[in-house]
Design a protein around this ligand. Structure first.
Ligand code: ADP
Ligand code: MG
Length: 291
């Protein structure tokens, strides 16, 4: 399938990110539809790195059912367009819709157990098969479709293990580095993945209770102080199973040593691969798009 930028016409805007838009488009030649992420300022060093990383991780994840499917990229006037499968809604908008449509916010925890299974599987794939930590796990980077599939997107700031270890050692004098500094070091990979585990915990907790679990501060410094000095947030008492409480409390261990790795998380009883829950019906009810 050969596509040309001029044949793609916009059906609707799907999202707006930090660096450009995501549009739902139709190709006039083939009549096929795609989601296109348009990344601007790709000519700056930082933008170049971001768009390369985005494409690199997308290609390496082609066979993963838990990352958004990638079809190809096109370069146009300093922009890079990424063609991908269209998903129906991101977790942040899903939460807003539930809040608007229901009087009170309460989601069946079995739905959350299965969604968590899919998200952890995606992050574990990135870590074990692609060799990256995502580093930007949050509700707007988790997408759902009406088939009930939950997938991770937005790989622009993924951290390759290699470049992480290089920055940690001495990036300026690469040619002089000892060989052991050039191979992926296991603690560095697992420490950034464990930071993703924390972000996953906050994301799941926020989706469960319907609001960000810390106070929202105007100033970053105050927000940072709150996370550093307060105990980890928890589920509200007596509303959820012990299994769910255990899961949240483990992902939100402030001490990184105590925070579990993905294989441990996947074995927790809260995490269910195919329980009798209908995420598909749930997503259809709360995504307002009618495509
Ligand atoms: P950014 O790097 O700017 O954050 P994202 O890749 O996270 O870009 O996309 C921004 C938003 O666009 C997402 O939060 C989501 O709402 C929407 N979006 C992104 N990709 C898709 C897709 N494939 N299908 C549907 N919506 C998408
Ligand atoms: Mg994003």
């Amino acid at each position: 399938l050969l596509l040309s930028v001029k044949d793609l016409h916009i059906i609707e805007r799907l999202g707006e990110g930090r660096y450009g838009f995501v549009d739902f488009v139709r190709d006039r030649q083939s009549n096929k539809t795609f989601a296109v992420k348009k990344m601007t300022s790709t000519s700056f060093a930082e933008g170049e790195r971001r768009s390369m990383m985005e494409v690199y991780v997308a290609i390496k994840s082609l066979h993963c059912p838990y990352t958004v499917n990638f079809y190809g990229a096109m370069a146009t006037d300093g922009e890079l367009w990424m063609l991908m499968e269209r998903m129906d809604i991101s977790l942040d908008k899903l939460r807003q819709n539930i809040t608007e449509m229901e009087g009170s916010y309460k989601i069946d925890e079995r739905i959350i157990g299965n969604m968590s299974y899919q998200i952890i599987s995606g992050l574990f794939f990135l870590r074990s098969e692609v060799g990256v930590a995502h580093r930007d796990v949050k509700p707007s980077n988790i997408l759902i479709n009406k088939g009930g599939q939950v997938k991770i997107c937005d790989f622009g700031i993924c951290g390759v293990v290699m470049s992480d270890s290089l920055t940690k050692s001495n990036a300026g004098s690469t040619p002089y580095l000892a060989p052991e500094k050039l191979v992926p070091s296991d603690d560095i990979i697992s420490s950034s993945s464990k930071s993703d585990v924390w972000s996953l915990g906050i994301t799941i907790l926020e989706f469960t209770i319907g609001k960000y679990p810390y106070r929202k501060w105007k100033c970053d410094f105050d927000a940072i102080m709150e996370v550093l000095n307060n105990p980890s947030p928890t589920l509200p008492p007596d509303e959820y199973s012990n299994e769910f409480n255990d899961f949240i409390n483990l992902t939100l261990k402030k001490n990184i040593e105590e925070r579990p790795r993905y294989p441990d998380l996947l074995n927790k009883p809260f995490i269910t691969e195919n329980e009798n829950v209908d995420i598909s019906a749930f997503t259809q009810k709360f995504s307002k798009t009618n495509l």
